[in-house]
Design a protein around this ligand. Structure first.
Ligand SMILES: Nc1nc2c(ncn2[C@@H]2O[C@H](COP(=O)(O)OP(=O)(O)OP(=O)(O)O)[C@@H](O)[C@H]2O)c(=O)[nH]1
Ligand SMILES: [Mg+2]
Length: 514
């Protein structure tokens, strides 16, 4: 369903190109354009994926599913209009990005806008241009200053863009005011991230969480949404709201929608609570079996899934897109000396994560918070790895996981030159340089993991009745079996057991030596 035909601005004809260049003239002094007029430079924050095909083994077909439209389920048709129009329209649109920055922070704003471009592309939009305005604070009423907003309108018109995305979370009133000036739809970074999450969520829990986050975001914006909606829905405005003293077109509908949204949100919250016991049981199970766990955490697009695939052939979807992974995938693996552990791929982090989505991250965060070792993957080829490190560490700190041993991996080292290596070394002297693509550093990473995961070290001799075969399996998986003997009462085993599962094995312990 996706229109993949690469249409660059040049194809829109010479007139448009001229108009565009002229329109741009004015912005030079005022603003700062990131993406080249040719379209060639746009959002090349994402690199080409083509050599990576050998790591795909079927999950890539998800992608087509994702590109298809996704409905918010269980809502009335009316309401589907509201949410769908807004979120669906985001895709396949021609967008112009805007941002503001206080003086001295241009590089940061530049990186952030590039990231927004990647986000927009991931959501399915085509980025035509990006503009930054320097000002101490965003304008409280129109985000960009009034004059710049007017200029933006000219740029948008000359490019034929239909959407503007602001690199921030706009107040509902700001969004409306700016929309009134530029005359095309205005959305913000939060809406884009929510859109990506709603396209990518796969598990039932993930879907419910993302839908809840969307509705939370939507609720205070409903009035404005209604307005742009009626424009898009093609002329519900007018007729109904004509009478004097009437509440205006769409207003009643909005009230109705508001109530429906509340009801739906309550239902979703209940549903999400319902997932908790299953998740906890899974966790308890893992602790009981004492299999040490390693969580791969890191900024989005750092190459977490690629690393998991490289190590375990897990076949997790790898995509040159942000938030390709939204559900944790766990695979078993073994240290070189044969100790089993689990390897879990998690959702990537991003700066300015919409607060509505923090809940949606919770299960992934638990995964990280419970781990015995955190493999913190950083894209070594990224222009600002330090801030990626900091963003992820903040989150790790928030979930009290700072005491968990962490191995920092600078991935994509195939793209990192010697100078950059020195810089990275300076940031993190003990980091492992690795490449999921070439395999560099993978053995070193695995050796580090083996050093850090807790070893089974308590020697116990147990007598396990024959009908309790699962205990023997547990010893094989989580511990190290040294000797086995079959006697009349059951299996007599001598094994090394993890310190934290000694208690659960007590009942089988052979206390007195025979
Ligand atoms: N050159 C190079 N590219 C890599 C390497 N590892 C991953 N990539 C590319 O980086 C992109 C992101 O990889 P993923 O494994 O999907 O990243 P992720 O961290 O799981 O991303 P999300 O799940 O979206 O948060 C893909 O285009 C990969 O092909 C590497 O070692 N070298
Ligand atoms: Mg991933």
């Amino acid at each position: 369903m996706t229109d993949d035909t690469p249409t660059t601005p040049e194809t829109t004809g010479d007139d448009a190109a001229v108009a565009r260049v002229l329109a741009r003239e004015g912005t030079r002094s005022a603003g700062y354009t990131i993406f080249g007029a040719s379209g060639a430079g746009r959002a090349d924050a994402l690199q080409n994926d083509s050599h990576y095909d050998d790591f795909r083994d079927g999950d890539q077909f998800d992608r087509e599913d994702r590109a298809a439209l996704r409905r918010v389920q269980g809502l009335s048709t009316e309401l589907e209009d509201v949410t769908e129009v807004e979120y669906r329209q985001l895709r396949l649109e021609n967008v112009v990005l805007i941002g503001t920055y206080p003086s001295g922070t241009l590089t940061d704003a530049d990186n952030s806008l590039r990231e927004l471009a990647s986000l927009a592309e991931t959501a399915g939009a085509r980025v035509l241009d990006g503009l930054l305005q320097q000002r101490p604070h965003p304008d409280p009423s129109t985000y960009l200053g009034r004059g710049k907003a007017e200029e933006l309108r000219g740029i948008v018109a000359s490019l034929g863009a239909d959407t503007v995305i602001a690199d921030t979370e706009l107040a509902p009133s700001q969004r409306r005011a700016l929309e009134d000036v530029v005359k095309v739809k205005v959305i913000d970074r939060t809406a884009v991230i929510l859109d990506i999450f709603s396209q990518h969520a796969k598990s039932r829990e993930g879907k419910a969480q993302v839908e809840l986050a969307q509705l939370e975001y939507l609720l205070p914006r409903l009035r404005g949404w209604g307005e742009s909606m009626s424009r898009q829905a093609g002329g519900q405005v007018g007729g109904a709201g004509a009478g004097m003293g009437s509440r205006g077109p769409g207003e009643t509908k909005i009230e109705l929608d508001r109530r429906r949204i509340h009801t739906r949100m309550a239902k979703l919250r209940k549903q999400i609570k319902g997932f908790l016991p299953a998740r906890e049981a899974k966790r308890a199970n893992r602790t009981r079996f004492s299999v040490p766990s390693v969580a791969i955490a890191g900024y989005t697009n750092a190459g977490k899934s690629s690393l998991l695939n490289r190590v375990t052939k897990a076949g997790v979807l790898v995509e040159n897109a942000l938030f390709a992974t939204l559900d944790a995938t766990t695979r078993k693996y073994e240290t070189p000396d044969g100790r089993a552990y689990t390897f879990t791929d998690t959702v990537g982090f991003v700066r300015n994560l919409p607060h509505q989505l923090v809940e949606a991250f919770r299960s992934t965060l638990e995964e990280v918070g419970d781990a015995d070792v955190i493999v913190h993957v950083v894209d070594g080829s990224h222009p600002d790895p330090a801030s990626q490190l900091a963003t992820v560490r903040d989150v790790i700190g928030e979930i009290d996981a700072r005491s968990i041993p962490e191995i920092v991996v600078f991935n994509k080292s195939d793209l990192v030159d010697d100078d950059q290596r020195l810089v990275l070394r300076g940031l993190e002297p003990t980091a492992v340089f690795a490449s999921a693509r070439t395999g560099e550093g993978i053995d070193e990473l695995l050796a580090r993991i083996a050093e850090l995961i807790p070893a089974p070290e308590v020697e116990m001799t147990l007598l396990v009745p024959y009908h309790r075969g699962e205990i023997i399996s547990r010893l094989h998986v989580g511990g190290r079996v040294l000797a086995t003997e079959y006697v009349e009462e059951g299996t007599r085993v001598t094994a090394l057991v993890h310190p934290h599962s000694v208690e659960s094995m007590r009942e089988f312990e052979v206390v007195t030596a025979r």
